[in-house]
Design a protein around this ligand. Structure first.
Ligand code: 3H9
Length: 682
């Protein structure tokens, strides 16, 4: 067993203590240790009850995801749980940290559960494109009823111990820091009082009520259709809970297993597991080891109180870091502050924070009209409009007035960070921190490393991203960095295709069905045609529409017209503009296209851009590009992002498709296709 499991007996209570860092995942060695513990204590007459607990930062965080893809070596989860079922002695799970997935399922199979108040429990398998496959879909509804079970398993949400206690998932909360003693005392009380062995599998009370509600599942499906669109796991979870309600336990378990195996073999789950590891991998920078110390950031300055600057300020206020927000004019400053307050008050109205928390955050915000107010800031983030001259001017000023050791960051989305840094005498302190709109919501942060940016400045920006709840991805300097450069062809190809025949509505529907929240034309209409097509020198569809006063939804029409309910309807004017520019540019008609062909026309070029970003070293690894697309552009996560998706399409197909469109495939793409390799593994 090595050091994985330690067994001891205290006052008649057998204690199984598992220690398998970092998160006590239930890998093979851990399962072996647990089985040995159960078997040993079952045979030991000195033991009257058994307590299972974990060392380190958490109770079991789930099955070991690295073991997925092949059958579980014995003892598997079934074999472990049947030992608990067969036990004549009560088994108590003692929870701290995060009891998740298979870990929480193990706890549910135990007769009793105790936890410290700071513990959280949940079944997050849905985020991996899976369902709880160790009996969770059958035991949870038997304890909390179908409604709560469906909610917890399809959201994957972890809930605090107090809430779990209220739901009956936890039998007792024990004092923080005294889990072991508390659990032993609880077990001793059970023995002394001769309490029964409570097996979730045998419980009928909650299910009896659910059986009287035949429309329960269809109502749930309808209510969540939008949120579940494109995902496979939620529907499988619903089916499994349906089985729990309608079938005997063993048959329900068999149904769960079949559904679990189908999900495990699905592309959707493979994609979501890819994303799980990709998000974690993104924080690793080969030439900047974790030992490089990060710099303390206790105060932040944000320049620009527009949508971007305001959102960025909120990110820091949310974690208690004071922010000085600078604008040129009082009016713009007032407006920016008012928007921040309105956003927080909106959250408070939805119950996401208290009125007191709104005030605490606003109290950390200092408005200012001059850059002089930033002299003492540890980090300054510039978020003004995209003009190199303006940015250089600002960085020149910051260089003169900021204290030595201050990090000077730009939120530029396209401009050359090295040119911006050249306006200072300290380019090693200059870094890009590129947020995505709305900055307080979108989870991507691109950290742009300039030619001279110091290692500890990069490390600090990456770590700070994590602290404000983002996934930081490192990018090199180029026009558009990773996410924007990646997605540039998406918009361009959409325009070209529209000029070749398919209507904006047809194209949007194909991309919506692929999994985007909306297609490219709906998106442009929402964001504003004037915002997107601004810097184009050549004639574009957006440019021509803007010339007619069609700026998008805000002006009543863009690529679509909008009826009184703000519903998009096809626009004859836009159709005419598209046809005219198509003729002027001499674009050949595409003929009828399938939805897949439309998707290929827009997304193959994105993959190609990704390959170039990778071969130029702008991104460290292919999976970083997937993270950027998914978290920065809402690329559907169940496709795994553009690079992972390309592998599922087949790289040969992709290369050929690009050539048919008259696009030169990136050499890296061609090489990888020829070698039979996988793009997402690069
Ligand atoms: C399941 O249980 C299926 C069953 O229903 C059915 C079975 C039949 N396995 O996130 P962190 C690694 S599915 C393997 O940075 P934190 C992670 O990769 C599972 N490895 O820490 C990282 O490695 P590295 C259901 C895992 O403190 C390191 O641990 N459970 C696993 O920010 C630290 O992770 C889940 O989905 C795992 N299960 O957050 C829970 N978990 O250092 C998934 C983590 O090399 N895990 N690692 O990059 C989490 O949500 C978070 O890791 C946790 C800690 C909240 C636990």
């Amino acid at each position: 067993m090595g050091d994985t499991g330690q067994f001891s007996i205290e006052n008649g209570i057998g204690i199984i203590m598992i220690d398998s860092p970092p998160v006590n995942a239930l890998g093979h060695a851990v399962r072996q240790a647990l089985a040995a513990g159960f078997d040993g204590f079952a045979a030991d007459d000195a033991v009257r009850a058994i307590v299972v607990l974990c060392a380190g930062r958490t109770f079991f965080a789930g099955a070991d995801i690295t073991e997925f893809g092949k059958p579980f070596a014995q003892p598997d989860f079934d074999a472990l749980f049947s030992r608990i079922d067969a036990s004549a002695k009560p088994v108590v799970a003692a929870l701290h940290g995060t009891a998740l997935g298979g870990g929480f399922e193990l706890a549910l199979a135990c007769h009793y559960r105790v936890a410290v108040a700071s513990a959280r429990v949940g079944l997050p398998e849905v985020h991996l494109g899976l369902l709880p496959g160790a009996g969770g879909t059958q035991r949870l509804p038997r304890i909390v009823g179908a409604d709560s079970a469906l909610d917890l398993m399809t959201s994957g949400r972890a809930i605090p111990a107090a809430q779990a206690h209220a739901l009956g998932l936890i039998d007792a909360i024990v004092a923080e820091g005294e889990l072991r003693a508390g659990a032993i005392a609880f077990a001793q009380d059970l023995v002394a009082a001769g309490k029964p062995l409570v097996c979730a599998r045998d419980r009928e009370d909650k299910l009896a009520a659910d059986r009287q509600r035949p429309d329960l599942f269809d109502t749930f499906r309808q209510k969540n259709a939008r949120a579940f669109r494109g995902f496979r796991a939620p529907e499988s979870i619903v089916c499994a809970v349906e089985a729990a309600v309608t079938l005997p336990f063993e048959e329900g378990l068999a149904r769960e297993r079949t559904l679990f195996e189908a999900l495990m073999a699905s592309t959707e789950s493979a994609a979501q597991r890819h994303m799980f590891f990709a998000e974690r991998e993104a924080s690793k920078i080969p030439d900047i080891p974790k030992s490089v110390p990060t710099l303390p950031i206790a105060s932040v300055g944000v320049i620009g109180a527009g949508t971007m600057g305001g959102g960025i300020a909120m990110c820091f206020l949310n974690i208690g870091i004071p922010v000085t927000l600078v604008e040129l004019r009082q009016e713009a400053l007032d407006r920016g502050i008012a928007v921040i307050r309105r956003n927080y008050e909106g959250s408070a109205k939805k119950g996401r924070m208290t009125a007191e928390q709104v005030e605490q955050r606003m109290a950390l915000l200092t408005p200012a009209l001059s850059l002089d107010a930033l002299a003492r800031a540890d980090l300054v983030i510039e978020a003004v409009f995209e003009s190199m001259a303006v940015k250089q001017d600002i960085f020149g000023t910051l260089d003169r007035l900021c204290k030595p050791g201050a990090i000077l960051a730009s939120n530029t989305s396209f401009l050359d960070l090295n040119t911006i840094a050249a306006a200072t005498t300290r380019p090693e302190w200059v870094v890009g921190m590129h947020f995505f709109s709305p900055a307080n919501v979108m989870r991507l942060l691109e950290v742009v490393r300039g030619a001279h940016t110091a290692a500890d400045v990069v490390a600090t920006a990456m770590e700070l991203g994590r602290r404000i709840g983002k996934v930081s991805v490192l990018a090199g300097v180029c026009h558009g960095f990773i996410a924007n450069r990646l997605m540039e062809p998406y918009m361009k190809r959409g325009d070209l295709l529209a000029m070749a025949g398919p209507s904006p509505a047809e194209i949007d529907k194909a991309l919506f069905d692929y999994g985007f929240a909306m297609g490219p034309f709906q998106m442009v209409d929402l964001v504003g045609l004037d915002v997107i097509g601004r810097d184009n020198a050549e004639r574009t569809l957006s440019g021509d529409l803007v010339a007619l006063g069609r700026l998008g939804q805000k002006s009543g029409g863009g690529f679509y017209d909008y009826d009184e309910n703000r519903r998009a309807v096809p626009s004859p004017v836009a159709a005419q503009v598209i046809a005219e520019l198509g003729r002027a540019k001499d674009i050949a008609p595409a003929g009828p296209l399938t939805a897949d062909a439309i998707v290929a026309r827009l997304l193959y070029p994105v993959v190609n851009a990704g390959a170039r970003i990778l071969e130029e070293g702008i991104a460290l690894r292919a999976s970083d590009i997937d993270v950027a697309a998914i978290l920065g552009y809402n690329w559907p996560v169940y496709t795994g992002g553009p690079m992972f998706w390309a592998d599922t399409i087949g790289l040969e197909t992709l290369v050929e498709g690009l050539r048919t469109m008259g696009i030169e495939p990136a050499p890296l793409l061609v090489r990888t296709a020829q070698a039979g390799g996988r793009l997402s593994a690069l």
